[in-house]
Design a protein around this ligand. Structure first.
Ligand code: NAG
Ligand code: NAG
Ligand code: NAG
Ligand code: NAG
Ligand code: NAG
Ligand code: NAG
Ligand code: NAG
Ligand code: NAG
Ligand code: NAG
Ligand code: NAG
Ligand code: NAG
Length: 753
C-alpha cells in the first residue's frame, strides 16, 4: 500500500508544478500536476449508467449490477450525493456501501466513476460550519434539497477537501474505479453567485488584486457617475440591494469573480484526486446551456481529462424565448435539432481547452431516457429519440453515454423522473432503445470507427472546417446590458430582455448546420489556424488574445455578428462609437453610431441578394466607412426609418484577399443560412455531403448531419420521415436503410474516401 503510494507520487512529480489554488490546500497535494492526459481514459465506445445503491436495499445491488452487465454497460457513476452515508457524523466514516458496490462492479467487470459528494453536505456540517449560500435578495438558504453552500465559504472549502482526500486515499488505486466526477452539476439552481459574507471577503481581495488601488477601480468602473466612488475596498459589497441599475463593469467583475470561485473550488479537489488517484481520470458533469462559469477556464485550470455533460434534450427548448408555438410543437418530443449538437461541440471545445487544443474527449454523464421532472410541461420523448440522442453523441466524437438513472426511485424529490426501469424493476421504454444501441448499433460502430491506432488511442477527430467562437464573458456582458427588458431590483438584473448572447450563438450555429457544414465551437483562447472560415456571433469585449489571433488569421473569411468588439475591456464605449478597438476596427472600416431593439411591430427589415427579411430585437445604425477608408454594404436596411441604408459591411483584405463581414442586426435563420452559405461557397468550404457549400443545400428544419472518421451520419429530428441527403453513390449504408429517413431515424454511411 505504502509502496504503491510512493510510486504514484513519483510518477505525478514528473508533471511539474502548477499554481496552487488558494485556500486550505494540503501541502502534499500542492505539488501535484493538474495536467490532463488521454492515457487515463479507456479506448472505445461505451455506455454507462447512474446508480444509487444506497437508495435501495442491499439485497438488490448484486442483481442490479448483474443486469447492468447484461446490458453491456461499462461504467457506473455513483456516490455523488452520499456524503451523509459515508460520514454520518463528523470524522466517523462508513464505507460499507461503497466498498461493497465497488467489489460487485469488479466481480461483473464494470468500473465506477465516483462523484465527490460535495453537492449535498450532511446536516451536521451545515449546523456546525459557516457554509450557507446567500442569494441576491440576501436570503440565506437552509439545509435540505441540495447545493446549499457557497463556493467562497472557507469552512466549506476545507470540509470538501477533507472528504475528497478521504475518498481519494481509499479508492485512488482501486482497480474498479475508472474516474472521478468533481461535485455534481456545479452551479445548478443558480448557485454560482453567492452573496454571503465569505464571498464578500474574497471579492474584496479579488478586486484589490485586479485593480491595485480603490482609486484605479473607481476610475475603471467609471464610478464618478452618480457619485458611486468607494473610499476603500473594505466597503465594497456585491452588486445587490441597490435602488436601481448597478455599475456595468463592477457587475461583470462580480460575475467573473463568482466564476473564479467555482474554478478554485474544483481545483482544490482536483489536486487531491491527482495526488491519490494519478492514473484514474478526472472530470465533472457540465450542463447544457449553463453559462454562469467559464468552462474553458475551468478546463484549463482544473485540468480535466475528459468533458462530460448532462444531456436533457427536452429541457432545452424553453430556454429560447423566440421560439414560435409551432417550433415548440414540432420539437416538443424530440428536442431542438441543433441544441444537442451545439452542446457536444461546446464541450468538445472545452475538453480541448484543457489540452490547449481545439477539441478533446467527450462523454455524456446523464442522458435522458424518458420524462423529466423539472420542466414546465413534461412529455415523453418520441419513440426512437433516446437512441437518436445517444448515437448523435457518438457521431459528435463522444465515447461514453451514461443514462440517468438505472431505476426510477419511488420516493423523495425525483420520484417523477424516468429511469431505464420503472420503480417496480420492470424495464421502461428507454431501456429497449438502449438495448438496441448496445447490441445492434455499437458492435457496428466499434468495428467501423478506428478508435485506436496501434496502442495509441485516437481520442478526437480532426479540426472541423469552421470555427464558431464562443465566450462566456460575452454571455455575461449581454445579460448585464441587454438593451431591452426592464430592471428588476430584487434580482439586480434585467428581466424580459429580447435578445441574449446565446440566442445569437445558437442562431449562427444552427444556420451553419442547416448548410451541412462541419463546425467546431471554440473559446477565444484557442489557436484558429487551419480553419477555413471563422464565425463570431457576438463578442462585445474582445479578449486581447482573440484580437491578436484575428489580426494574423489568414486562412479564410470571418463573419462577425452584432455588437462584436463594441466595448473596451472596461465595459465602455470608445469614441466612434464602435467597433471600440482591435482587429475588427483596424481591418473593417465601418462605424456603428446607434443601437435599437425594435419589436416586431416596428416593421424593421433587411434586404440581401434580392430577398427581404423581417428583423426584430437588434438593429444597429451602421455606416460602411471610418475616416477615409470604406467597406462595402452587403445588406441594406428596409426599415421604415432607414430605407436603403447599410445594415452590414464587408471588406476584402489588401494583403490576403480574405473577406471580413459584420452584420449589424439580429439575423433571422433564413437570412443567415443564405448569407453564411454564400460566404462558405466563396471560400470553397466543402459540406459534409462532399459537395461545395451552397445556400441552396439547406437541410431544412429537421434533417442534420455529422461526420466522425469516415462515417457520415444523418439524424431526423422530425416526427415524419424526411428525404435522405444526397450523398456519394459509393457510400454504403451501415446503420438504417437506404431511402427516406423515418421519424426519429438515424442513417450512417461508410464513405469511400
Ligand atoms: C515539487 O516537486 C519538485 C520536483 O518535481 C521539487 O523540486 C520541489 O521541491 C517540490 N516542491 C514542493 C513544495 O514540495
Ligand atoms: C460489450 O462492450 C464491450 C466494450 O466494453 C465490447 O467490446 C463488446 O463487444 C460488447 N459486447 C456486445 C455483445 O456488444
Ligand atoms: C454502514 O453502512 C451500511 C450500508 O449502508 C449499513 O448497513 C450499516 O448499518 C452502517 N454501519 C453503521 C455502523 O452505521
Ligand atoms: C444581509 O444579511 C446579513 C445577515 O442577516 C446582514 O448582516 C447584512 O447586513 C445583509 N446585507 C444587506 C445588504 O442587506
Ligand atoms: C480601464 O480603466 C483604467 C483606469 O481608468 C485605465 O487605466 C485603462 O486604460 C482602461 N482600459 C481600457 C481598455 O480602456
Ligand atoms: C497512427 O499513428 C501513426 C504513428 O504514430 C501516425 O503516423 C498516423 O498518422 C496515425 N494515424 C491516425 C489515423 O491517427
Ligand atoms: C497555431 O497553430 C499553427 C499550426 O499548428 C502554428 O503554426 C502556430 O504557431 C500556432 N499559433 C500559436 C499562437 O500558437
Ligand atoms: C407596420 O406595418 C403594419 C402593416 O402594414 C402597419 O399597420 C403598422 O402601422 C406598421 N408599424 C409601424 C411602426 O410602422
Ligand atoms: C487616411 O487617414 C489616415 C489617418 O487617419 C492617414 O494616415 C492616411 O494617410 C490616409 N490615407 C489616405 C489614402 O488618405
Ligand atoms: C423589399 O423591400 C423593399 C422596401 O424596403 C421593396 O422596395 C422591395 O420591393 C421588396 N422586395 C421584395 C422582393 O419584396
Ligand atoms: C467592394 O467590393 C468590390 C466588388 O466586389 C471589391 O472590388 C472591393 O475591393 C470591395 N471593397 C472593399 C473595401 O472591400
Amino acid at each position: 500500500m505504502l509502496c504503491a503510494l510512493l510510486l504514484a507520487l513519483a510518477s505525478v512529480a514528473k508533471g511539474g508544478n502548477v499554481d496552487t489554488p488558494s485556500g486550505y490546500i494540503n501541502t502534499r497535494a500542492a505539488n501535484v500536476s493538474l495536467a490532463p492526459s488521454v492515457d487515463r481514459l479507456a479506448a472505445g465506445l461505451h455506455i454507462g449508467v447512474d446508480y444509487y445503491p444506497t437508495q435501495w436495499p442491499g439485497f438488490m445491488w448484486e442483481s442490479d449490477i448483474a443486469a447492468m452487465r447484461n446490458l453491456n454497460i461499462s461504467y457506473v457513476r455513483l456516490n455523488e450525493f452520499d456524503w451523509a452515508v459515508i460520514e454520518p457524523t463528523e470524522g466517523v466514516y462508513n464505507f460499507t456501501a461503497l466498498d461493497t458496490t465497488l467489489d460487485l462492479l469488479g466481480k461483473y467487470g464494470l468500473k465506477a466513476i465516483i462523484g465527490t459528494p460535495t453537492a449535498s453536505p450532511p446536516n451536521w456540517l451545515t449546523e456546525k460550519y459557516d457554509v450557507a449560500f446567500v442569494d441576491v435578495t440576501n436570503s440565506t438558504y437552509v439545509f435540505g434539497s441540495r447545493r446549499y453552500y457557497s463556493f467562497s465559504s472557507f469552512d466549506y472549502r476545507e470540509q470538501s477537501q477533507k472528504i475528497t482526500r478521504v475518498l481519494a486515499e481509499r479508492y485512488g488505486s482501486n482497480p474498479n474505479v475508472a474516474a472521478w466526477q468533481i461535485d455534481n452539476e456545479l452551479g445548478c439552481h443558480n448557485t454560482i453567485r453567492s452573496y454571503d459574507h465569505n464571498a464578500i471577503i474574497r471579492f474584496r481581495s479579488w478586486l484589490q488584486k485586479k485593480y491595485g488601488t480603490v482609486e484605479a477601480m473607481n476610475a475603471a468602473q467609471g464610478r464618478v457617475f452618480w457619485s458611486n466612488q468607494y473610499a476603500s475596498f473594505d466597503d465594497v459589497l456585491p452588486p445587490y440591494h441597490e435602488v436601481y441599475t448597478t455599475n456595468n463593469l463592477y457587475t461583470l467583475d462580480w460575475y467573473t469573480f463568482s466564476s473564479d470561485m467555482v474554478i478554485e473550488f474544483a481545483q482544490e479537489q482536483a489536486a487531491i484526486i491527482r495526488q491519490y488517484a494519478p492514473s484514474q481520470a478526472l472530470t465533472t458533469n457540465l450542463q447544457m446551456l449553463f453559462t454562469d462559469f467559464d468552462a474553458y477556464k475551468f478546463a484549463r485550470e482544473v485540468g480535466i481529462d475528459i468533458a462530460y455533460f448532462d444531456e436533457y434534450p427536452l429541457a432545452g427548448p424553453s430556454d429560447f424565448s423566440w421560439l414560435t408555438e409551432s417550433q415548440l410543437a414540432a420539437t416538443l418530443r424530440t428536442g431542438l435539432p441543433d441544441l444537442q449538437a451545439f452542446t457536444h461541440a461546446v464541450y468538445r471545445g472545452v475538453a480541448g481547452a484543457a489540452y490547449g487544443q481545439t477539441s478533446g474527449p467527450l462523454g455524456v454523464m446523464e442522458m435522458e431516457p424518458g420524462v423529466l421532472n423539472w420542466n414546465t410541461y413534461r412529455v415523453s420523448p418520441w419513440e426512437g429519440m433516446v437512441r437518436l440522442w445517444t448515437l448523435e453523441t457518438y457521431a459528435a466524437s463522444g465515447d461514453v453515454v451514461s443514462y440517468f438513472r438505472w431505476r426510477q426511485v419511488p420516493y423523495a424529490q425525483e420520484q417523477t423522473l424516468s429511469g431505464l426501469h420503472i420503480s417496480d424493476g420492470s424495464q421502461d421504454e428507454g431501456f429497449f432503445e438502449v438495448q438496441e444501441v448496445a447490441f445492434n448499433d455499437l458492435p457496428i460502430l466499434r468495428d467501423e470507427l478506428a478508435v485506436t491506432n496501434g496502442s495509441q488511442q485516437v481520442t478526437h477527430e480532426p479540426q472541423a472546417d469552421i470555427a464558431l467562437i464562443f465566450d462566456y464573458a460575452s454571455v455575461w456582458t449581454w445579460a448585464i446590458e441587454p438593451y431591452s427588458g426592464s430592471w428588476d431590483v430584487l434580482s439586480s438584473s434585467y428581466s424580459g430582455g429580447v435578445l441574449s448572447n446565446i440566442d445569437l450563438v445558437y442562431g449562427f450555429y444552427s444556420a451553419l448546420r442547416r448548410l451541412g457544414l462541419s463546425i467546431d465551437v471554440v473559446g477565444a483562447e484557442q489557436n484558429l489556424s487551419g480553419y477555413k472560415m471563422l464565425v463570431v456571433p457576438s463578442i462585445p469585449i474582445m479578449p486581447d488574445v482573440l484580437n491578436t489571433a484575428l489580426a494574423s488569421y489568414t486562412d479564410g473569411p470571418v463573419v462577425f455578428g452584432p455588437r462584436t468588439a463594441a466595448l473596451t475591456a472596461n465595459y465602455s464605449y470608445a469614441p466612434g462609437i464602435q467597433p471600440a478597438a482591435g482587429a475588427v476596427r483596424d481591418r473593417l472600416p465601418m462605424r456603428v453610431t446607434r443601437i435599437e431593439t425594435p419589436p416586431s411591430y416596428a416593421n424593421s427589415s433587411i434586404s440581401y441578394a434580392g430577398t427581404n427579411y423581417s428583423i426584430t430585437a437588434w438593429e444597429e445604425w451602421v455606416s460602411c466607412s471610418r475616416g477615409n477608408a470604406s467597406s462595402n454594404a452587403t445588406v441594406t436596411s428596409g426599415s421604415p426609418h432607414r430605407q436603403g441604408k447599410a445594415a452590414a459591411c464587408a471588406s476584402i483584405s489588401q494583403e490576403n484577399g480574405k473577406q471580413w463581414h459584420y452584420l449589424g442586426f439580429n439575423p433571422p435563420a433564413d437570412f443567415l443560412t443564405a448569407y453564411l452559405g454564400d460566404v462558405a461557397a466563396a471560400a470553397g468550404v466543402i459540406a459534409l455531403t462532399g459537395k461545395v457549400a451552397s445556400k441552396d443545400a439547406d437541410l431544412g428544419e429537421t434533417l442534420r448531419l455529422l461526420r466522425r472518421g469516415n462515417l457520415l451520419w444523418a439524424f431526423n429530428y422530425g416526427t415524419e420521415s424526411v428525404a435522405a441527403p444526397d450523398v456519394d453513390a459509393n457510400a454504403k449504408v451501415i446503420i438504417g436503410e437506404q431511402g427516406d429517413i423515418p421519424a426519429a431515424g438515424v442513417v450512417v454511411w461508410k464513405l469511400a474516401r
